[in-house]
Design a protein around this ligand. Structure first.
Ligand code: FPP
Length: 236
């Protein structure tokens, strides 16, 4: 094993800055979200092309319901429309989509669109693409712990295998756009050893080259997992 890590297996992205992107152009916030969807499409395509195994993006947190009703509705519409549009291209590219989060709050129509897209892409093996919607990291750990306890398996492994993104392993690289430096209750369990990458770039401006910058930064990091630098080097 070399000292420097290879490509990140699992990348997580907190897509922040849509509102500010729109505001700086005197546009309504929803226009920023619309451009944010385009950025997401670019990034999914680029991540798959680069051979990333899993990509998880934060589309809607459990706290985002507090936003103005019109913005929440617009986000849900963009989400449903995106699912319909992505179904075929994702399936063609071998990208498997999963929506993670508490789906009980979504409309029947949205849940049906989610089911359809998940089913249509279920055979994909090139990249796992998770959209976190009505998701919170504490909620995820709680539901996993409750399920583990019910199965009499309240252990680290028992919890881990019941998390929403259970098949995708720890997050190697967590990216947050838009200048804030917080994890905001995203994949808390999987972020235990993540490398954290913060950029001022607003999400609608993020593209394949921005993702490459983050990956290059990651590849240059030394991951020690609690060991000393000398130990990590000698394992090689
Ligand atoms: C953060 O920007 C972004 C969100 C809360 C939503 C993220 C949504 C998308 C990128 C597009 C929608 C994608 C799907 C799958 C629905 P912000 O509004 O918090 O920006 P601000 O911090 O500048 O106000």
């Amino acid at each position: 094993m070399s000292k420097k890590p290879a490509l990140p297996r699992h990348i997580a992205i907190i897509m922040d800055g849509n509102g500010r992107w729109a505001k700086s152009r005197f546009m309504p916030r929803v226009e920023g979200h619309r451009k944010g969807v385009l950025a997401l499409e670019r990034v999914v395509k680029h991540a798959a092309e680069r051979g990333i195994a899993a990509l998880t993006v934060f589309a809607f947190s459990s706290e985002n319901w507090r936003r103005p009703a019109a913005e929440v509705t617009a986000l849900m519409k963009l989400f449903a429309a995106g699912l319909d549009r992505w179904e075929q291209p994702l399936a063609d590219a071998g990208v498997r989509l999963r929506v993670i989060g508490d789906r009980t709050a979504f409309s029947e129509t949205l849940n049906a669109a989610i089911d359809r897209t998940e089913a249509a892409t279920a055979a994909g093996r090139s990249m796992q693409f998770n959209i976190a919607a009505n998701y919170g990291g504490r909620w995820d750990m709680l539901q996993a712990a409750q399920a583990a306890a019910a199965a009499g398996e309240l252990t680290l492994e028992g919890i881990e295998k019941r998390l929403c993104a259970r098949d995708d392993g720890p997050v190697d690289l967590m990216i947050r756009t838009g200048g804030e430096r917080r994890i905001s209750n995203f994949l808390l369990w999987q972020a235990a050893y993540s490398e954290l990458y913060f950029t001022d770039t607003l999400w609608p401006d993020f593209d394949g080259a921005s993702l490459d910058d983050a990956i290059d930064w990651y590849v240059g990091r030394e991951r020690r997992f609690g060991m000393t630098s000398e130990q990590v080097t000698s394992i090689g």
